[in-house]
Ligand binder design. Structure first.
Ligand SMILES: *[C@@H]1O[C@H](CO)[C@@H](O)[C@H](O)[C@H]1NC(C)=O
Ligand SMILES: *[C@@H]1O[C@H](CO)[C@@H](O)[C@H](O)[C@H]1NC(C)=O
Length: 260
């Protein structure tokens, strides 16, 4: 099997760690390279709530820079601080496929030390364990109370957080649900989105990485998704029922605010 751990630079989790040796399959490394093209509309902190509702809330995604300042929360999310505070807590992992079937509980420390590694190209999403959501807000409350969520709400909705940490090349394949925001605390996350009326071509059990390598290059221009890579300091808003798939370009810490 190809070497997995250490394939890509360990930039996330505040580790500032060693840059990975170039031992990974080149195909995968290329897919995780910086992608500068962004076909999702962009806005900044000057975006008013009225404009957000009028142009985006019910009709199209948007990447907004500077909407939240989570420097304090970020400082609590380094690898060392999370392990010190929550290492012994059990977290619930989901398989990284479209209709997440299987859940596995394990101590957070075990997840970080053994499973937080680059996506294995040979693995199915349905065999890849991913930490995102299913958070215990009692045990992790001291952390989440420091998160500053995007200030925009939709009438008649409440918000719920999903917090996660995952290795480079990991992600969730295409699926849809209600509206919400996604923010990256460490790392970079590439997004692919289609409007509700355009069901994408994808296999629900295969990883986003394998879709990117095998399906995406064959798509004619008119069948390509909207896409953008978000970084710390940016949030992506997705409207209800928009199909989306995600790909973590680095080991990443991220949090979503679902409006439901
Ligand atoms: C969350 O953690 C608390 C305190 O450890 C525990 O009593 C509770 O059962 C947990 N909730 C879930 C849904 O696991
Ligand atoms: C996806 O994987 C699940 C669990 O392994 C399996 O039950 C299901 O049939 C698979 N779906 C497809 C379309 O292959």
């Amino acid at each position: 099997a190809p070497p997995r751990a250490g394939c890509f630079a360990a930039r996330a989790l505040g580790a500032g760690g060693p840059s990975g040796a170039d031992t990974c399959p080149r195909r995968a490394a290329g897919a995780l390279a910086e992608e500068r093209r962004c076909t999702v509309e962009r806005a900044d902190a000057a975006l008013s709530y009225a404009r957000f509702v009028e142009r985006f809330a019910f009709s199209r995604p948007v990447v907004i820079r500077g909407l939240t300042d989570n420097a304090a929360f970020r400082a609590l999310c380094t690898r060392d601080r999370l392990l010190a505070a929550f290492g012994q807590r059990r977290v619930r992992l989901s398989t990284a496929n479209t209709y997440s079937y299987r859940k596995v509980d394990m101590p957070f420390q075990e997840y970080v030390e053994h499973l937080l590694e680059p996506q294995d190209l040979a693995l199915l999403g349905s065999d890849t364990l991913y930490f995102f959501g299913d958070n215990n807000f009692t045990e992790w409350g001291s952390l989440f109370q420091n998160y500053v969520p995007p200030p925009f709400r939709l009438p008649g909705t409440t918000s719920a957080y999903s917090f996660g940490i995952a290795g480079s090349g990991s992600g969730v394949p295409f699926h849809w649900h209600g509206p919400g925001f996604s923010e990256v605390i460490f790392g970079r996350k590439r997004w692919f989105l289609y409007p509700p009326e355009h069901t994408p071509e994808f296999h629900p059990n295969r990883t986003t990485l394998s879709w990117l390598l095998d399906t995406y290059p064959r798509l004619p221009p008119e069948a390509r998704p909207l896409e953008c890579t978000i970084r710390p300091g940016e949030v992506l808003y997705f409207p209800a029922r928009w199909w989306h798939a995600t790909l973590n370009l680095d080991t990443s810490v991220f949090i979503s605010t679902f409006l439901g």
